[in-house]
Design a binder for this molecule. Structure first.
Ligand code: ADP
Ligand code: MG
Length: 684
C-alpha cells in the first residue's frame, strides 16, 4: 500500500472507508480510479430538438414570481422560464431558500433532466449557474465516477484533484523511445487528463496512453513467461495413422473444410520437430471434439497415451461415451479407454491409476481429477483440454509436468480477438474453426414474456411429437425466499401437469450426485427423456444433436455469453432448432441485450456487442476467470492498440530480455507486483 488518502483535506476515517468500498486503497489507487463517463456541458439547444430524459440547459431570465408550496412530503419551489417558444417549468424539492436567491429579471442557466409537460417541458431539480459560471464549464467534460452511498462524483473529483497535486509530476516509466514511436502522451499529463480532460481530443490521448500501459505490462509479462519456456523438442514424434484416415472416411458426416485444415495442422505438429502447443478456437457447434478424438487415436497408434480433460463431469462423461462409440464403430476396440472423475470411488480411482502407470490404459478422459498427485502416466504423449478458459495455466502446466512434457492441444469457444489470443496464448499456435457444418440450419430465436409460456409448451409438444427433444433452463434449483425466478423442481412439476402424460421430463442440477447427473444425462442423450429441465450445468459442451428446443427462463439473469453457450446446445444436428428466451422482467435495457441474441448466432458479434452495452465487465467469462484486469482497456475496441503494445513489448524484450537496464527498473517492479497480485496467472 502506498500513501494514505487520509493525507487529503476533507478525508477522514469515514470517507476513507467509503473509498475502500470502491476499491481505492491509497493515493495511487485514487488516480487509477478512472471516471465511468463524463458529463459534457453543451450550448443550450432549442427545445424542439430535446428528447425525453435528456440533460439540457436553458439560458433565461426569471420572468415571473418564484413560488414555494408546502406539500405533504416536501417543500416545492417552482419557477418558470421561456426558452425560445417553449415554457419550461422548473421545480426543486426542499430548497425554499431559492425564492430569495433567484432574482426576478436576472439571467441564469438552468441545467437538468427534462421531461415533457403539456405543451412545454419540465426540469426537476435543475442546477443553477450564472452565465459566467456556465461559460467556463462550456464544452468541458466533468468526470462522473462509479459511486457508493455517501460519496458524490464531486467529492471523488475533489479528492482526485488533490491527489494529482500531491503526486504529479512523476517520472515516466514507459521508455521514451516507445512513447515516441507510438506517439503517446506522457504519463503525468495522461493521469491528470483522464480525470479532467479539457476536450475530447485530450481525453482520447490520455485514454490511449493509459490503455497502452495496461496492455504493454500485460504483454511484457506474458512474453517473459513464454521466453522462459521456449519451443521444446518433440520427444513424442508421431507418424500419420491409418486409423485416423479410416475414421474420417467412416464418419456419418464429412468434416468441414475448416476441420480438415485444422486436422492437417495438428497432424503436422505431431510429426514436427517441436512439441505441439496449439489452441483451437471455434464457436459452439463448430465440431472441435472430433478433432480431439482423432488426435488421441493418432497418439495411441504411435504407442503413446493421450489424455482429454473437460471442465465438468457431465462433459467428461459425454466425451468418454463419444470416444468409446467411435472406437467401437471403427474396429479400434483394442485401444483401452477410461473415464476418471472426482466422484469415482477411491478403489476405482486406484485401479485406474495403476493401469495408467502400467500403460494398460491408452486413452483417458476426465476432469480435474486427471491432475491429482497420484496420477502417473506410462508414456503420456498428448494432453487435450476442452473449453480451456475454465482451466488455469497452472493446471494445464501441471498436467504436462505430470506426464513429462507432452504435446498440448487446447480447445475453446471463447471468442477472444485474435490480437489478444496471440498475446494471451503467447505460447500457443492458433487454429480457427471458422465454419459450421453445412448441414446446420440457423437457429430461430425469439424473446418473449412469461405470458407466452402456454404457446411455448404447445410448441414443445409438437416438436416432441416429431421426435425431437427439449431443454428448459431455469436459474435456480428450488424455490428460494426473496429471490424471484423460476426453479428446476417446480418447473418440472408444472411441465408434467401441463403436458400429456406420455412426455417424459427429467431434471438436472448441480446439487445432484455425480452418478445421478450422469444417469440423467445419459437418459437424455439416449432419448429416454423428452424434456430436460436443468440449471446451467448444461451450459458448456453438452451435445445431444436430437434436441431442437432450448427454452431459457429468466433470460435476464444470464450474461449474453452464457446465453449464447446455452443456445449452442441446440442446432447441433440436421433439425431446425429454436431458442426461446423468456424474459421475467420487462426492463428495456434487458430487452435490448436480449435483442442482440435474437439478431445473431455469431459468438464474436455477440461478444463485442455485449461489451458495448455493458462495458468490459464480463468478457465471456474471461474476466471472471481473472485472465485480465484491464481497468480501462477494451480488448475489442482497442485491439489495434493491443497489437502495438504487444509489438512494443516484444521489441523491448528482444533488446533486453531481463529488463536489466536501469531505465527499466520501475517497469520490472510493476510487473513483479502484477505477478504477486496474481492478476492474470490463475485464470487462464
Ligand atoms: P463444439 O465445437 O461445440 O465442441 P462438437 O464437437 O460437440 O462441437 O460438435 C457438435 C456436433 O456436431 C456433434 O454432434 C458432432 O458430432 C457434430 N459434427 C461435428 N463435425 C461435423 C460435421 N463436419 N458435419 C456435421 N456434423 C458435425
Ligand atoms: Mg465442445
Amino acid at each position: 500500500m502506498g500513501r494514505s488518502i487520509r493525507e487529503l483535506k476533507g478525508i477522514g476515517e469515514k470517507t476513507e472507508k467509503l473509498f475502500l468500498r470502491l476499491g481505492v486503497e491509497d493515493l495511487d489507487g485514487l488516480l487509477a480510479y478512472y471516471p465511468r463517463t463524463y458529463d459534457v456541458f453543451r450550448e443550450p439547444q432549442p427545445a424542439d430538438t430535446w428528447k425525453e430524459k435528456e440533460v439540457q440547459a436553458v439560458y433565461a431570465p426569471i420572468d415571473a414570481a418564484v413560488s414555494v408550496k408546502q406539500t405533504r412530503n416536501s417543500v416545492v419551489t417552482a419557477a418558470s422560464v421561456r426558452h425560445g417558444d417553449s415554457r419550461i417549468s422548473l421545480i426543486w424539492f426542499r430548497m425554499p431558500y431559492l425564492r430569495s436567491t433567484l432574482k426576478k429579471g436576472q439571467q441564469y442557466v438552468f441545467r437538468g433532466q427534462v421531461a415533457r409537460k403539456g405543451s412545454g417541458w419540465e426540469m426537476e431539480q435543475p442546477k443553477i449557474y450564472t452565465p459566467r459560471q456556465y461559460e467556463q464549464l462550456l464544452h468541458s467534460m466533468q468526470p462522473v465516477y462509479g459511486l457508493t452511498k455517501g460519496l458524490t462524483s464531486q467529492a471523488v473529483a475533489k479528492a482526485v484533484r488533490q491527489a494529482l497535486e500531491k503526486l504529479l509530476p512523476v517520472q515516466d516509466d514507459l521508455p521514451e523511445a516507445i512513447r515516441k514511436q507510438y506517439q503517446l502522451m506522457d504519463y503525468s499529463s495522461a493521469a491528470a487528463a483522464i480525470h479532467f480532460p479539457e476536450n475530447t481530443q485530450q481525453y482520447q490521448q490520455a485514454r490511449r496512453r493509459l490503455v497502452f500501459d495496461e496492455f504493454f505490462l500485460f504483454a511484457l509479462e506474458i512474453q517473459r513467461l513464454k521466453n522462459k519456456t521456449g519451443t521444446q523438442e518433440n520427444r513424442y514424434p508421431m507418424k500419420p495413422a491409418a486409423d485416423t484416415r479410416r475414421i474420417i472416411d467412416g464418419l456419418p458426416y464429412r468434416l468441414t473444410n475448416a476441420q480438415m485444415r485444422v486436422w492437417g495442422e495438428i497432424e503436422e505438429d505431431l510429426q514436427g520437430k517441436g512439441l505441439m502447443s496449439r489452441l483451437i478456437q471455434g464457436d459452439v457447434g463448430s465440431g472441435k471434439t472430433i478433432l480431439a478424438c482423432l488426435a488421441m487415436v493418432m497418439a495411441a497408434a504411435n504407442g503413446y497415451q493421450a489424455a482429454f480433460m473437460a471442465p465438468t463431469e457431465v462433459l467428461a462423461a459425454q466425451h468418454y461415451r463419444g470416444l468409446l462409440r467411435l472406437l467401437e464403430e471403427h474396429g479400434l476396440d483394442h485401444l483401452q479407454a477410461e473415464l476418471l472423475t472426482g466422484s469415482q470411488t477411491q478403489k476405482e480411482k486406484r485401479g485406474i491409476y495403476g493401469r495408467l502407470q502400467e500403460g494398460e490404459i491408452h486413452l483417458i478422459v476426465g476432469t480435474h481429477a486427471l491432475i491429482q498427485e497420484n496420477v502417473c502416466f506410462h508414456s503420456l504423449g498428448l494432453v487435450i483440454t476442452d473449453e480451456q478458459h475454465r482451466f488455469g495455466v497452472k493446471q494445464r502446466e501441471s498436467l504436462s509436468l505430470r506426464g513429462g512434457n507432452p504435446h498440448v492441444l487446447v480447445m475453446s469457444a471463447t471468442p477472444i480477438p485474435r490480437t489478444l489470443a496471440m498475446i494471451v496464448y503467447g505460447d500457443l499456435d492458433i487454429s480457427i474453426l471458422d465454419e459450421l457444418p453445412a448441414s446446420r440450419l440457423p437457429i430461430k430465436n425469439c424473446v418473449v414474456g412469461t405470458e407466452y409460456r402456454p404457446n411455448a409448451f404447445r410448441f414443445m409438444e409438437k416438436q416432441i411429437a416429431q421426435g425431437r427433444q427439449v431443454y428448459v433452463v431455469c436459474p435456480m434449483v428450488e424455490e428460494s425466499e426473496g429471490i424471484d425466478g423460476e426453479n428446476v423442481l417446480d418447473y418440472a412439476r408444472r411441465l408434467r401437469s401441463a403436458l400429456p402424460v406420455h412426455i417424459r421430463t427429467g431434471i438436472l442440477h448441480g446439487r445432484m450426485k455425480a452418478k445421478e447427473k450422469q444417469q440423467v444425462m445419459e437418459a437424455f442423450a439416449g432419448h429416454e427423456l423428452d424434456i430436460l429441465v436443468s440449471t446451467t450445468v448444461v451450459e458448456v459442451g453438452v451435445d445431444v444433436p436430437n434436441a431442437s428446443v432450448m427454452m431459457v427462463e429468466n433470460a435476464e439473469r444470464f450474461g449474453l455469453a452464457q446465453l449464447h453457450q446455452l443456445r449452442g446446445r441446440v442446432g447441433r444436428g440436421e433439425h431446425q432448432s429454436y431458442c426461446i428466451f423468456v424474459q421475467g422482467t420487462q426492463e428495456k435495457e434487458i430487452r435490448k441485450r436480449l435483442e442482440i441474441l435474437n439478431q445473431s448466432n455469431d459468438g464474436f458479434y455477440i461478444a463485442s456487442e455485449d461489451l458495448k452495452l455493458r462495458g468490459p465487465g464480463d468478457l465471456f467469462g474471461v474476466r471472471q476467470s481473472g485472465l485480465m484486469n484491464f481497468k480501462i482497456g477494451d480488448i475489442y475496441k482497442d485491439s489495434e492498440l493491443l497489437g502495438q503494445a504487444s509489438q512494443a513489448a516484444r521489441d523491448l524484450l528482444d533488446a533486453d530480455p531481463g529488463l536489466e537496464a536501469s531505465e527499466y527498473t520501475k517497469l520490472r517492479e510493476k510487473i513483479q507486483k502484477i505477478v504477486e497480485n496474481n492478476s492474470f496467472h490463475t485464470g487462464l
